[in-house]
Design a protein around this ligand. Structure first.
Ligand SMILES: Cc1ncc(COP(=O)(O)O)c(C=O)c1O
Length: 372
């Protein structure tokens, strides 16, 4: 035991098939080993420009205000509400899972009057119900939706709601933490005003950055705020001054994480977006088929299932904690358990970015056959 207490840290590599983080490409780790430089060093600034440029490709947008916040995916959510919501504003949120419920919490903390359009966990929120709420509340400042609800494995349709919001003042804020880089997120075409994600899922970069993109309509609203944004760290106009042409110091940029994201994005550019989406869809479908063959029932509503995260109901007699512990300890495979009311009832199995490989599916299915 002594070597563990006094020795170097030696985590056993795992196959990360949970709801995130996903496995990281060795080139990303190599990039992180390059020297740290100052936050205004021209080399770091050009690395940031490259990140913005590649993020615009992945978000499928022309938004100049596209950057990565120096914190995990939750910071994208915080930034989206703290910047665009002032106390008393109306916010409509589609609530069908854990992360949508967190959106409600974050918006409420900003002083919003939140109208929740609730849906059973495991199903998508019907766009017509959201649009009806927006029609009944035309003063709505922000409509918030989670594109990939990681707690249930459901993909939320956005296009209809986006085209409704496009013609009005309401901003469409979308959580693409789980979907970005693994499925199309067409920010401009779908009329999304603010879209945030995280580094550690389909981008396959360690946790620690939250890419975000902001439309011109949303930026105009920022400029017309009556009050200062309550958070200094997440103030998007201040962040823009650092990431944009002015280059004003805002925080000491985590250079190693920027290198990592740059490399992760380069790997995506090399693969090509369409190829990458196809890989996630094909292998996601294959995993679902294999799990059904083992007696698992798919949890998410048919037609609205995420390719990169499969949720399954545990068959009778399968002990959630015990099987997942054996998967981890004997096979080095991590899968996710259920969150909130779904704890002990479902598993969440990720195939995100670097993890999304046939060999990982084969390992998991083989291990499950032996255990069960
Ligand atoms: C849909 C969704 N939103 C937000 C978050 C929060 O991201 P983070 O844990 O990186 O802060 C997660 C994390 O899993 C998520 O799945």
């Amino acid at each position: 035991m002594d070597q563990w207490i006094v020795g170097n840290l030696h985590p056993i590599p795992r196959i990360l098939m949970g709801p995130g983080p996903s496995n990281v490409h060795y080139r990303v780790y190599q990039a992180m080993m390059t020297p740290v430089i100052g936050y205004l060093d021209p080399q770091l600034l050009s690395c940031m420009d490259e990140i913005s440029e590649m993020l615009r490709v992945v978000f499928q947008t022309k938004n100049p205000l596209t950057l990565a916040i120096s914190a995990t995916g939750s910071s994208g959510m915080e930034a989206s509400f703290v910047n665009f919501v002032e106390p008393g504003d109306t916010v409509v949120i589609g609530v069908n899972g854990f992360f949508a419920a967190r959106m409600v919490e974050v918006a409420s903390r900003c002083g919003a009057r939140v109208i929740q359009i609730e849906q059973e966990w495991g199903k998508a929120v019907e766009p017509e119900r959201i649009i009806k709420a927006l029609k009944e509340n035309p003063q709505t400042k922000v409509c918030g939706l989670v594109h990939g609800e990681t707690s249930t494995g459901v993909m939320q349709p956005l296009e209809e709601i986006g085209s409704y919001c496009k013609k009005r003042e309401t901003l469409l804020v979308v959580d693409a933490v789980t979907t970005l880089g693994g499925a199309p997120v067409k920010v401009d075409e779908w009329g999304i005003d603010v879209c945030y994600s995280s580094s550690q899922k389909c981008l396959s970069v360690p946790p620690g950055l939250s890419p975000i993109t902001v439309s011109a309509k949303a930026k105009d609203l920022l400029r017309s705020r009556k009050t200062k944004v309550q958070s200094f760290y997440f103030d998007l106009l201040l962040l823009e001054k650092y990431w944009g042409e002015e280059r004003v110091y805002h925080h000491t940029a985590p250079a190693s994480m920027f290198y990592a994201l740059r490399e992760g994005l380069r790997i995506i550019m090399e693969e090509g977006l369409e190829e990458r989406f196809k890989r996630h869809q094909t292998l996601g479908d294959h995993l679902k088929m294999e799990l059904e063959g083992l007696g698992f029932k798919l949890f998410a509503q048919e037609g609205f299932r995420l390719p990169m995260l499969t949720s399954v109901v545990l068959p009778d007699g399968v002990d959630d904690a015990q099987v997942r512990r054996r998967l981890l300890e004997q096979y080095q495979i991590e899968v996710g358990g259920g969150l909130g009311p779904l704890k002990g009832k479902i598993w969440r199995i990720g195939l995100m970015g670097e993890t999304c490989k046939m060999q990982n599916i084969a390992c998991l299915i083989g291990a499950l056959k032996e255990i069960l």
